[in-house]
Design a protein around this ligand. Structure first.
Ligand code: KG4
Ligand code: ZN
Length: 337
C-alpha cells in the first residue's frame, strides 16, 4: 500500500511517501521569509503553500521513485492550524485522490505528531504517554493503542514554543526564538533568576506559559533592559535565557513523568519543534533514567512539521479501514479525540 501524505497546516509545505509502513521520501520546505515579520503571517503562508504544493508533491514522488498511478491513497492534514494554509494541502490532496479514483483520508495534525514516533524504529510500546511541544501546541496525551488517544491536558494560553519565541523577541533575538534561546542558555546560569514554574504544584496536566513570559517581561523592565544594546549585556541575556528555559523544562518534564507514573506506563515520547531543545532532551533523559522509563524522541526532521508523519498516520488509518469523505473540510481548532 503506497500512500502520499501532505502537511500544510502552518508554515512548512511538506509531502512524503510511505509504502507498507516504510518511509520512502519526505520533502519539507520551511517558509523562512516569515522571520522578517517576527512570526507567521497567515495570508503569506497560504500563498506560499499554493506556489509550493505541486513542486513539493512532485519531488516527494520522484524521490520515492513512485508515480501518481502507483498511489493507493492520499492523506492530508485537516486541522488544527491556520485555515488558509490547511485548505491548500487538504484541497490538493482531495483533488488528487478524486482525480486518480483512490481513497482520501484526513489526518489530525496533533495525531500526526504522535505518529512521528513510529516513522523509524525503535517505537514506543502501548500504552505510552506522549508530549507534543511546538510553536502552536503543548499537549499531553495517553496513547492506549494504535490511533487511540486520551488527551490529558493542553495549553491554556501560550504554547511552549510560542513562549520561547515571545521571550526571544523581548530579548531582541531573532525569530524563531527557541533555537536562539537554547544556544545562549548553554552559556548562562539556570539558577540565576527564579522564574515561576506555572501549574507545577497542581495535579492538573494543563500548561500555562503566558504568566512566565510576563515574569520575564517584568524582570527585564525592572532591570531597565534595553534590547537595542542587548549585545553589551551578554551575561545578563545568557542568564535570562537559561533561567527561563529551565522553568519551561521543569514544567514539561515534571508533568510528563507524573502522567507516566499515574497511568503506569513504561514508555514516554516527545514530538514537536521544541523537542529539539538541548536542555529539555537532557532533562528528559535524566528523568527517564531516574524513573525507569524508556524515552522516545523522533529525529529532528520528524519533530518539526513534516509530511512523513502525515503519510504514516494516513497509512495506519487506511490499514484500519478508515477513509474520509471528499466533503471533509478544514477545521482550524480541530481537537484530538
Ligand atoms: O513543530 P514546529 O516546527 O512548528 C509548529 O508546529 O509550531 O515548532 C516550532 C517551534 C518554534 O516555536 C521554535 O521556537 C521551537 O519550535 N523550537 C525550539 C527549538 N527549536 C525549535 N524551542 C526551544 N529550543 C529549540 N532548540
Ligand atoms: Zn506541528
Amino acid at each position: 500500500m503506497t500512500i502520499l501524505g501532505i502537511e500544510t497546516s502552518c508554515d512548512e509545505t511538506s509531502a512524503a511517501v510511505v509504502r507498507d509502513g516504510r518511509l520512502l521520501s519526505n520533502v519539507t520546505r520551511p517558509q523562512l521569509f516569515h522571520a522578517a515579520y517576527g512570526g507567521v503571517v497567515p495570508e503569506l503562508a497560504s500563498r506560499a503553500h499554493q506556489q509550493l504544493i505541486i513542486p513539493i508533491v512532485d519531488r516527494a514522488l520522484s524521490d520515492a521513485g513512485v508515480t501518481q498511478e502507483e498511489l493507493d491513497g492520499v492523506a492530508a492534514v485537516y486541522g488544527p492550524g491556520l485555515i488558509g494554509s490547511i485548505l491548500v494541502g487538504l484541497s490538493f490532496g482531495k483533488a488528487l485522490a478524486y482525480g486518480r479514483g483512490i481513497p482520501f483520508v484526513g489526518v489530525n495534525h496533533m495525531e500526526a505528531h504522535i505518529v512521528s514516533n513510529f516513522i523509524e524504529p525503535p517505537h514506543p510500546g502501548y500504552p505510552f504517554v506522549n508530549l507534543t511541544v511546538s510553536g502552536g501546541h503543548t499537549q499531553l496525551v495517553l496513547v492506549t493503542a494504535p490511533l487511540k488517544y486520551e488527551v490529558l491536558g493542553g495549553a491554556r494560553d501560550d504554547a511552549a514554543g510560542e513562549a520561547f519565541d515571545k521571550v526571544a523577541k523581548l530579548l531582541g533575538l531573532e525569530y524563531p526564538g527557541g533555537p536562539a534561546i537554547d544556544k545562549l542558555a548553554r552559556k548562562g546560569d539556570p539558577n540565576a533568576i527564579q522564574f515561576p514554574r506555572p501549574y507545577l504544584d497542581t495535579d492538573s496536566y494543563e500548561f500555562s506559559f503566558s504568566g512566565l513570559k510576563t515574569s520575564v517581561l517584568y524582570y527585564l523592565r525592572d532591570a531597565r533592559f534595553d534590547r537595542e544594546s542587548a549585545s553589551r549585556d551578554e551575561i545578563f541575556v545568557n542568564n535570562v535565557c537559561a533561567s527561563f528555559q529551565s522553568a519551561v523544562v521543569d514544567v514539561l518534564v515534571d508533568k510528563l513523568v507524573r502522567a507516566a507514573k499515574t497511568f503506569r506506563v513504561a514508555d514516554i515520547a516527545v514530538a514537536g519543534g521544541v523537542s529539539a531543545n538541548s536542555a529539555l532532551r537532557e532533562a528528559l533523559a535524566e528523568a527517564a533514567a531516574n524513573n525507569g522509563l524508556k524515552l522516545f524522541i523522533p529525529k529532528f526532521e520528524y519533530c518539526t512539521d513534516n509530511g512523513a508523519m502525515v503519510a504514516m498516520a494516513g497509512y495506519l488509518k487506511f490499514v484500519q479501514g478508515t477513509s474520509s469523505s471528499l466533503e471533509l473540510t478544514a477545521i482550524p481548532n480541530l481537537a484530538l479525540s
